[in-house]
Every structure is written in structure tokens, then in C-alpha cells.
Design a protein around this ligand. Structure first.
Ligand code: SF4
Length: 152
């Protein structure tokens, strides 16, 4: 049985970003035949509309560019994405870098000035806390290697 991998839905081509576009990545087709992708978009799952205002993490809150506190939606979406990933038995996740939900390693600093700082998005934190091995899209080759290694 192929391993289940949670994937940020926008990386798989879904037009679910805040501007209703996708972030389809080149290696997705190769990954998709090696695993059972479990597509998650935590922002949509948390009840936010598409398109929507961009948001960034500010301290322990997530705030939109208009100043709306969307922390609850982000937390609800993270919980729902985690539930789906765990139900499917995902040991790995491929997450969209820099997103306040999915970002792993770096996120924007909360000033809406395109400034990255070290840190994880709300969903990436939840996945890591539960022991899911998370990879950003620039690490897709490492993820594919890890899947091959697990199947040996
Ligand atoms: Fe993509 Fe994640 Fe943002 Fe949804 S929440 S659009 S999956 S980066």
C-alpha cells in the first residue's frame, strides 16, 4: 500500500490561495504516483473564503492585512487538516513554504512587507508537534527519497 502524504492543496494545483490562484509545482506528478496524496487547505477548511485577504502571524495571533483577527479560523483549519492527515495515516507532509498556515521553516514577519523570519505556520506547527515529517516544496526531492527509503 502506498504511503499517505498530506499535501498543501495549492501545490497540487487547486486554486485555493488567498488570490484564488494555485501554486502547482513541477514535481507534483512524480510524487503523486508514489503516494496517496491527502490534499488539505487549512485556510479554506477553517472557514475562510477564496479569494480572501492575505494574513500574517503577529505574535500568537494571525491577522489579515486589514487588521481582522483570523486566529480562530487558522486554528480550526489546522485541527481539521491534522485530523484528515492522521485519519489517512500520513507520516509525511509536503507544505507550501512561507504561508501563515502551511509554511515550515520560514513565515512572513507580520508587517506585510514581504520580510521572512524563521518559524512555522499554524498547521505546520500542529503537524510537527504530532510527529509528521514536514517538507517544504523546495524539498520535494528529499521527500521523494524519504518515501523510497520507507518502501525498501
Ligand atoms: Fe495553500 Fe496552505 Fe494557503 Fe491553502 S492554506 S492556499 S494549502 S498555503
Amino acid at each position: 500500500r502506498l504511503p499517505a502524504v498530506a499535501v498543501s492543496a495549492c501545490l497540487a494545483g487547486e486554486r485555493c490561495t488567498y488570490k484564488a490562484s494555485s501554486n502547482l509545482i513541477e514535481g507534483y506528478g512524480e510524487l503523486a504516483v508514489l503516494c496517496r496524496p491527502v490534499l488539505v487547505c487549512p485556510e479554506v477548511m477553517g472557514g475562510l473564503a477564496t479569494p480572501r485577504d492575505p494574513a500574517e502571524i503577529q505574535g500568537n495571533k494571525v491577522v489579515s492585512c486589514r487588521g481582522t483577527d483570523v486566529t480562530c479560523e487558522y486554528e480550526r483549519g489546522a485541527a481539521e487538516a491534522l485530523r484528515l492527515a492522521q485519519e489517512a495515516g500520513c507520516a509525511f507532509a509536503l507544505l507550501k513554504e512561507n504561508s501563515p498556515s502551511c509554511g515550515c521553516g520560514h513565515v512572513y514577519d507580520g508587517t506585510f512587507s514581504h520580510t521572512l523570519v524563521e518559524g512555522d505556520g499554524i498547521t505546520a506547527r500542529a503537524f510537527k508537534r504530532e510527529g509528521i515529517a514536514t517538507f517544504g516544496e523546495s524539498q520535494i526531492d528529499a521527500l521523494i527519497e524519504a518515501i523510497h527509503a520507507e518502501r525498501l
